[in-house]
Design a protein around this ligand. Structure first.
Ligand code: ASP
Ligand code: MG
Length: 412
């Protein structure tokens, strides 16, 4: 029988009543003839509470015990979901990660999935079990200890199961009804997308981060798992939610799929560094060793052997970056006149696979911003994305103007 993976996030299993509603949706798919693998999160708020208990007990905790504690939230929902299905006369049982076994690395708290043998669950399906309820977010290390996959990891569990079992689709039930052209709280005309390509979804992660763990999208892209994001609070219809899929599966798409933004961006400039081979390597090695996540990088034209180097990074990493640069200067590995941090900027990006084959997107974007009197401070581009840094006070205006300029409120 074809296999379907259905994942229910924390808000979709927050109460016994919501678990019952989720179980009913599972029952509908079983009735259609699917063998269903249900991946559950912990009840909403539970994981935060467990993490809090760990920190309170042991600030410098043993990560193996952190995992033993925080993985437990999913065990509770897996058992309750299996019981609820049994009450509905659907043959179901729960599986904890180690029972499958979902094998991971030993990187506790951020383990990576290595293998999901399908034998145990498949054997139960062939004995007549119709639903395998699997605790998301957890696995087992080669040493036999319980591991977790990092916050939001149940999405990745779900996609990994869909890939391992060759599922027809992986449905992610959450509290939003899909992926939007931009954040509806910033632009009321934001439109839900019926389909979005994996690459676009990855680039829009700043919007979608709350919807899907980025790793789950990477995994779905690698194994070509059709991923659907939909709300567990709304009535179901066949084209509900947003399908995240390969670009070949999208017949008609707009050049720009969405506008993403990030408020907490800082622009830093090293003024007058020596322009010689190895200087960029030295600067960015020092920053990376200090744990600074550099995003955009611009090196200016050199004059008399000196140049300015500009980058962007999250606002809360500015102090760390300043410290790393001051230390490098004191040690004599980097020589610069000054370091300037501008923490009043925001990043706005337009994203779309259509940019690969259409010209003029950058021109249109810059014209739109200039019409609004918005000054662009830094520009970077990739094959399917153009990003600009602008003054933060114009962020909302820029998002709205670009949404209009690219007519994202209208379907393709
Ligand atoms: N419960 C875990 C968390 O809150 C994993 C998940 O729900 O995806 O991060
Ligand atoms: Mg989540």
């Amino acid at each position: 029988m074809p296999v379907l993976v259905m994942k229910f996030g924390g808000t979709s299993v927050a109460t016994l009543d919501r678990i019952r509603r989720a179980a009913k949706r599972v029952g509908v798919e079983v009735a259609k003839g699917y063998d269903v693998i249900v991946i559950v999160s912990a009840m909403s708020g539970k994981t935060n509470e467990l993490v809090g208990w760990v920190n309170e007990t042991s600030p410098l905790y043993d990560a193996r015990e952190y995992d033993a504690v925080v993985s437990s939230g999913e065990n509770v929902t897996a058992g309750l979901m299996a019981l609820t299905l049994q009450e509905m006369d659907v043959p179901a049982r729960s599986w904890q990660g180690w029972q499958v076994p979902l094998k991971t690395t030993s990187a506790h708290g951020a383990a990576r999935i290595q293998e999901i043998p399908t034998g145990n669950i498949t054997a139960k399906f062939s004995e007549g079990m119709r639903v395998a309820v699997v605790a998301g977010f957890q696995g087992v290390s080669p040493e036999g200890r319980i591991t977790t996959l990092g916050r939001g990891g149940s999405d990745t569990t779900a996609v990994a199961f869909a890939a391992a079992f060759g599922a027809e689709r992986c449905d992610i039930y959450t509290d939003v009804d899909g992926v939007y052209t931009t954040d509806p709280r910033v632009e009321a005309k934001a439109r839900k997308l019926d389909k979005i390509a994996f690459e676009e979804m990855l680039e829009l992660a700043s919007l979608g981060a709350k919807v899907l763990q980025t790793r789950s999208v990477e995994l779905a892209m690698r194994y070509n798992v059709r991923l659907r994001v939909l709300s567990s609070f709304e009535e179901q219809s066949d084209n509900a939610g947003t399908l995240v899929c390969a670009e070949e599966d999208i017949m008609e798409s707009k050049v720009v799929a969405g506008v993403a933004f990030s408020r907490d961006e800082a622009k830093m400039t090293l003024v007058s560094v020596a322009d010689r081979p190895g200087i960029a390597a030295t600067i960015f090695t020092a920053l990376s060793e200090a744990g600074v996540n550099v995003d955009m990088i611009v090196q200016n034209i050199a004059e008399e052997g000196r140049t300015d180097m500009t980058w962007s990074c999250p606002t809360d990493q500015v102090t760390r970056a300043e410290k790393a640069m001051a230390e490098a200067k004191a040690e004599g590995v980097i020589n610069f006149h000054d370091i300037i941090a501008d923490t009043d900027v925001a990043k706005v990006s337009v994203v779309g696979i259509g940019m690969r084959s259409h010209t003029g997107v950058a021109a249109k974007m810059f014209k739109c911003l200039s019409d609004e009197g918005i000054n662009i401070r830094v520009i970077t581009t990739s094959e399917i994305k153009i990003s600009v840094l602008i003054d933060r006070k114009y962020m909302e205006l820029a998002v709205q103007a670009l949404h209009d300029a690219f007519e994202l409120d209208k379907a393709a």
